[in-house]
Design a binder for this molecule. Structure first.
Ligand code: UDP
Length: 488
């Protein structure tokens, strides 16, 4: 990729990705993109996390990204060893300890900034102390949120106008005012409630405070998919927003796509040849993201629903407690072997989604997954679980109109998944999957629309596309900030 401006080599940016796949993957891609424009990019993370992406960033012996290693305070935070990523902690009950460990990294980060004197910090929202460090050293901090401007705007409007206080019923839709269009949500869909017993609220307040000392935001979205929300979010925060995505589209080589984020637990060639044997648009890809937890009974209903749908499918099971698939009936895999591929562990998601045999994605609506589905031109069956995933679902169903809902009305409280039991039974799974994969005018309309978004997304990251231009504007902004600082 060609450089946009002349003097990028003068700019040194520190990247602090939050150690969870949905945050880390796009942030490493953003660091790579800036590095490919000549910016000196340094990623600060822990040894285990670096081992996940080191191969991808240093391919072709081209040392594009510099790495600095944190010593992760597992013992001090009462975490088991080797739990340096949210997807490796053995229980949700340890998510508080995990956040505590993240908070303890501040002094190491401070030392790195003092020693290497970067010109700017791009930090995940979940690492609030980067705001303090940026302020201390007089450099700008930009925040990376990992979700779309629609959901950010919706969360902000809900906390500003508090339309929920008048509502009595969990499932009664109410209007959230102050948005570019009327948006209705329910109490059961609001993100805070999913973290009720985890103690994490203590950190959420810090994230909000950190925003005050934040120069702007970098977002993995593209302008054309949500122009009114990019503009709205910029207006309500009063700070620049740089949509630079879909960042997954910047991976030019298939090896980078296959290894993206982690080593896949399925042989890439086996996966491709299995897909090659299927008809176009005939396979449903089912994956609930990188940190999902479900009740065993719910997983069983999914299995039996997929079986009786008669659709071809790839199902990724990467639930901590049930990831080995022991809950499945012994002969389940045998029964579906002609049309079902089960991946236990990490799937090469973007590689799969871009295969012509894949015609649908049953997704938990993590923003990366939504955007990867859009980029591949695949309509979705939406099954949100927690956090802002219900807001993303709202965007997919009501704004983009590129998905159908499985019908889940309330999400999973962290740590209480087993208590929630079955939210969607096998009959419902089978019915929605069958109707969706058999196709009808409605689904075909969605397919057409999502393909148009896919084309627009590809144009956005291409030379002179909106995201490409935004990368240039971001770099120019940071260079201006640097000049201003040096002339003071
Ligand atoms: N992912 C993957 N293989 C898996 C599970 C997840 O490649 O088996 C990737 C997926 O492509 C996406 C990220 O992990 O980029 C998950 O992010 P998302 O925002 O969709 O959900 P989260 O995991 O944060 O809930």
């Amino acid at each position: 990729m060609a450089s946009i401006t002349k003097s990028h080599d003068q700019l040194h940016v520190f990247f602090f990705p939050f150690m969870s796949p949905g945050h880390q993957i796009p942030m490493i891609e953003i660091a790579s993109i800036l590095a490919s424009h000549g910016v000196k990019a340094t990623v600060i993370s822990t040894p285990q996390n670096v081992s996940r992406f080191e191969g991808t960033i240093n391919r072709d012996d081209q040392q594009l990204i510099n790495l600095l290693l944190f010593d992760f305070p597992s013992a001090a935070a009462n975490l088991p060893l080797n739990c340096e990523n949210l997807d490796t902690i053995p229980s949700r009950n340890l998510s508080y300890n995990f956040s505590k460990a993240i908070m303890m990294l501040q002094s190491q980060a401070d030392d790195f900034v003092r020693q290497y004197q970067p010109d700017a910090i791009i930090s995940d929202l979940n690492i609030p102390w980067t705001a303090e460090i940026a302020q201390k050293y007089g450099i700008p901090r930009l925040v990376f949120h990992g979700t779309c401007c629609f959901s950010l705007s919706l969360s902000m409007a809900a906390s500003l106008h508090k339309p929920n206080v008048q509502v009595n019923s969990d499932k009664e839709p109410f209007l959230v005012p102050g948005l570019p269009e009327p948006v209705y949500i329910t109490l059961a869909q609001m993100p805070d409630r999913f973290f009720g017993n985890t103690g994490l609220e203590e950190f959420f307040q810090k994230f909000i405070e950190a925003e005050r000392h934040t120069h702007g935001a970098v977002a993995n979205t593209f302008f054309e998919i949500e122009p009114e929300y990019v503009k709205h979010y910029e207006k309500v925060t009063g700070k620049p927003v740089y949509p630079v995505g879909p960042v997954s589209l910047f991976n030019a080589k298939s090896i980078d796509v296959a290894d993206r984020g982690n080593k896949p637990s399925v042989d890439k060639d086996r996966c491709i040849s299995w897909l090659d044997s299927r008809k176009p648009n005939s396979v449903l890809y089912v994956c609930f993201g990188s940190i999902c937890e479900s009740a065993e009974s719910q997983l069983l209903e999914i299995a039996l629903g997929l079986e009786s749908s008669k659709a071809s499918f790839i199902w990724v099971i990467r639930d901590h407690r049930h990831g080995s698939g022991e809950f499945l009936q012994k002969d389940f895999e045998e029964r579906v072997k002609d049309r079902g591929l089960i991946i236990k562990g990490w799937a090469p998601q973007v590689l799969i989604l871009n295969h012509p045999a894949v015609g649908g994605f049953m997704t938990h609506c993590g923003w990366n997954s939504v955007l990867e589905s859009v980029s591949a031109g695949i309509p979705m069956i939406t099954w949100p679980l927690f956090a802002e995933q219900f807001y993303n679902e709202n965007f997919v169903l009501n704004h983009l109109k590129i998905g159908v809902a499985i019908g889940v009305e309330t999400g999973l409280a962290w740590g209480e998944e087993e208590k929630n039991g079955v939210l969607i039974n096998r009959d419902r799974v089978a019915k929605v999957v069958t109707q969706f994969m058999n196709g009808n005018d409605e689904v075909e309309g969605m397919r057409k629309r999502v393909r148009q978004f896919s084309e627009t997304g590809k144009m956005a990251v291409g030379q002179s596309g909106s995201s490409y231009i935004n990368i240039g504007l971001l770099i120019d902004d940071l260079l201006n900030q640097k000049e201003k600082r040096l002339s003071e």
